[in-house]
Design a binder for this molecule. Sequence first.
Ligand code: SAH
Length: 400
Amino acid sequence: MHTIRLKPGREKSLLRRHPWVYASAIQDIHSSLGIGETVQVLSAAGEFLAWGAYSPYSQIRLRIWSWEESESIDNDFFRRRIDRSISLRKSFIDESLASGVRLVHGESDGLPGLIVDRYGEHLVVQFLSSAVEFWRHQLVRLLEECTGIKTIFERSDAESRSLEGLPERIGSLSVVEPFDQTSIDETFIIEHGLKFRVNFRTGHKTGFYLDQRANRLKIRSYTAGRDVLDCFSYTGGFSLNALLGEACSVWAVDASAEALNLFKENLKINHFSTDNINLVEGDVFQILRSFRDQRRTFDTIILDPPKFAPTISQVERASRGYKDINLLALKLLRPGGILCTFSCSGGVSSELFQKIVAGAAIDAEVDAQIIEHFHQDFDHPIGINFPEGEYLKGLALRKV
Ligand code: SAH
């Protein structure tokens, strides 16, 4: 059995059940350890603290599987964790309302680095840590067993893989490819009465931003009879909900031509007329400026940018980016208009985000009220001892 001993005093975060141990907390390693191997973590005094997985390259040197000394980290352990994850979601989701669901959300589901999204009859998996990479074959078979789903696609191309010293991997993981389905990489999902085409080979993340599901539904109530601007629209998630909410017109802006092509298809398959829809391919920072210069105004604006600050180190630059777009959006809003503004940057807390938006309002010389807070949807839970799991935050503001 491999053991790792921590420096004196560095057991505190493990006693609070935080699932990461940084390299700087480690005193010594008793034996040569392979990537992702299971180790027993001991305090400086030699007491058992947890079972973890070793990651030689990442600053997060250990990820914790369990705090129970009697637990064996084996196939049955992973079956229990996956089953638990799936059953915790069952009571919350009606598949006829939402056929795209995150089944496993990494650390917050006790499986550090494992992401599993279900898109109808397909699973898309990300192995983002050495911990789950070590168990990948077992995990794929268990996911098949626990869900009964046979088509499993891997999207292990997130940046965090390189921090773990792991190569990028994209492709099918299904054992037996039904021979007419060898290149399955897309499907349709249903979300609250709308249909979306999802491409899990070329789409962002695993193909769709499932974390915004609840918020997409909520914005319907801010769109009836209104002119809506959807910035960073991707494949139309918010825009289509605005149309269903009976928006008068929708302008959608995204830098990705591929996303906008899927957006057009999504309009078609949901039978929306395109008369009152304008899709603009371009940079939101520039388009907002040109709209300001043209004195164009809107009743509802949505800002759902990509992660500007994945980690704390990029927070300052990210803050400037958030301030810039929020300031411009507040200027483009008509009085009484609604701004739904989001940040999915792990490095930007909800308090900081609110401060940035408040600063933007001051600089835009507008008064505003917060009328709603937004969060990631229920299938992206936040482990009670893992505050890093909270990454998506948003505000609905009303311009006074
Ligand atoms: N709201 C969407 C998800 C948005 S993801 C939904 O509910 O599905 C962020 C999007 O921002 C991506 O589609 C990406 O192509 C786009 N993007 C990133 N930087 C951009 C920029 N500077 N200008 C315009 N779009 C950008």
